[in-house]
Design a protein around this ligand. Sequence first.
Ligand SMILES: Cc1cc2nc3c(=O)[nH]c(=O)nc-3n(C[C@H](O)[C@H](O)[C@H](O)COP(=O)(O)OP(=O)(O)OC[C@H]3O[C@@H](n4cnc5c(N)ncnc54)[C@H](O)[C@@H]3O)c2cc1C
Length: 403
Amino acid sequence: MTVKRIAVLGAGILGSCLALLLARRGHDVTVFDKESEPVACASRWNEGKIHLGYLYGADDSLRTARHILPGSLSFGRVLSELLGADLRPHTTSGDDIYLVHRNSVVDPVTLERTFSRIDELLREHPLAREYLVDVSAARTRRLSPSECREISGADEVVAALEVPERSINTQWVADSLAAALRSQARVTLRLETMVTDAKPAADPYGRWHVVAGDGTCEPFDVVVNALWEGRLAVDLTAGITPAPGWSHRFRYCLFMRTTRPVALRSALITVGGFGDVKNYNGRDFYMSWYPVGMVRQGGGITLERPEPLDAAATAQFVGAVRAQLGSLLPGIDAVFEAAEDIKVRGGFVFAQAKGSVDDPAASIHRRDRFGVQREGNYYSVDTGKYSTAPWMAEQLAAEISGD
Ligand SMILES: Cc1cc2nc3c(=O)[nH]c(=O)nc-3n(C[C@H](O)[C@H](O)[C@H](O)COP(=O)(O)OP(=O)(O)OC[C@H]3O[C@@H](n4cnc5c(N)ncnc54)[C@H](O)[C@@H]3O)c2cc1C
């Protein structure tokens, strides 16, 4: 095998998994990131839903589910091998509940039908047993009215569907990946380094130069751009013109820890701009209310990050999420009452999709277009979803190594 000098731009879940996989194959990997720690952005501060496609219930073509499944079903295998760890203590233990809102953009009967078709895809899928739990016998269950009332007594909730989907505590994954990167001798971390350009080198070897904001310019045999919301700007410098139709959103959410275990089921309100709660292990929780948390959106190549919230804005945000989510899920009050730490954090959602989640026809309800674009030894990766990232990294590592 020829040892390659590889630049990985971006230390999110995609870049970190890829760097580890390439280093373990014997390559010399340099990871660039503008932050002072690896995995400090969207991959640290998200809900960690390992998507089976149910969230995209407005996509009745099932293209999203089909596109997402190979990666999501492989998430546990790839990540646990990479970290040498059991993911179960960091993964939601029960099935997820989708509460259908009266103003859902998909009515409950159609949604239940779509969910059953996703179940069918799962039952037929060769990787169904590799998911975080075995989903080879997946069957969506409609909760009885009394079961539904136990979770939400609100008139706005018109149905409840139970599906075998799981979520993972993304902060634990971030800490574990950061530690693995730091202990991998073949990985050089170039943190606090803003990448500005990637340019083909004027040599016969097909190499690329990575230019950083500190003025450095280094040659590499291979460059992988995994900069997420920063990706298209660097692609432009590499001579790749982005396809039209990208949209950016910046979303804030709550990340909470309680002093004692709280028994609350993970649930989300669907389909549209609503909210959700995740209970990872009884003490670590995630909560969101979409219209409150979505603080910035736009199209084009980049979107400026909002200023961090000050103390007053943080308190107001926490109160607003509690009020909105609590009016539909009264059980969340117990989490606030036991809370010892509440963080408001967020990240970019970035997709080749457009429109409002309140519009059933908007392409934002689909995620079936992400993947890798290649230009010689330059690879530009649209991660698409957290849940597919380790598997995409595995595929790409094999391709780059010529396995
Ligand atoms: C609130 C929220 C909830 C979400 N929930 C889910 C979910 O439940 N399930 C799911 O599958 N997905 C979810 N997502 C999407 C998911 O977070 C992303 O798809 C995923 O984290 C992207 O990973 P990444 O490695 O590509 O990007 P990132 O984790 O953002 O990593 C990119 C890195 O590049 C660095 N960077 C960017 N530009 C530059 C530059 N010019 N120079 C140097 N460094 C740079 C950044 O600092 C960052 O560390 C959610 C996103 C948000 C915001």
